[in-house]
Design a protein around this ligand. Sequence first.
Ligand SMILES: *[C@@H]1O[C@H](CO)[C@@H](O)[C@H](O)[C@H]1NC(C)=O
Length: 288
Amino acid sequence: MKTLAWASTLLGLAAAAQLQQVSNFGSNPSNVRMYVYKPDNLPANPPLIVAVHYCTGTAQAYYGGTQYANLADQHGFIVVYPESPYSGGCWDVSSDATLTHEGGGDSQGIASMVKYSISQYGVDASRVFVTGSSSGAMMTNVMAATYPDLFQAGSVYSGVPAGCFYTGTVNGWNSTCSGGHSIATPEQWASVVHDMYPGYQGEYPRMTIYHGDADTTLYPQNYEETIKQWAGVFGYDPNSPIETDPNDPAPPFTKRVYGDKLVGALGAGVTHNTPHFEQEDLEWFGIV
Ligand SMILES: *[C@@H]1O[C@H](CO)[C@@H](O)[C@H](O)[C@H]1NC(C)=O
């Protein structure tokens, strides 16, 4: 009984942490907003997950609508929720600025949040991860391509390949891409990634790609193209997964493993509203 009371006191303390806005977190040319969830009882040098909201979303909505913060209390990591500076709440994944390492767009502001968290909160720089839904999933691919040096792994919920949404304008909508008509080879998609950070020779983050095959917002061809993109980067064959697991991580998804660094999971009959597999993400990130 004493143990129970003590445990609930601890839980009570953990639940006391709140989502907080941080200003002046470093170079932020496009005025992205930074929110952070920092549990009270953190280990030294905790991991960090950057969780990027969908269009019309907010940091608060993504904090409330996903389990990352609850899991942060349980497992001792920090969550940063970036917030879009644009009225529609989408991310800029279409301009030259955001699609370039240190190019002056949203990606640079989000990278600054990671660097700030490492210097101010003591985050372990070798355990930084990124995830996001829809526009935030597009941004997840963009972060992995523009700042591969900052992230060890990513998980993408219903996005498009990095660079697929290019319009040459800030916060544009590319209907060729959304409709699933931007088709390229793995080599072509890989060079789109490499061109975002010319000269970079290091590793790219391990990626998991979730998508629904009944998605009519970002058509399911975008799943195939995203797999091709990262398969191209890692040198895997997108047509021959080394493992296929039905009902993994849950029905109606089928998981396909292409290599140590790339996993896909396509949901049969699943629309744009893909469920989040937060626990699976923690395993993929190596947090649990
Ligand atoms: C949309 O993106 C594709 C690549 O995905 C590109 O070829 C096309 O030019 C873009 N459309 C516009 C209007 O920029």
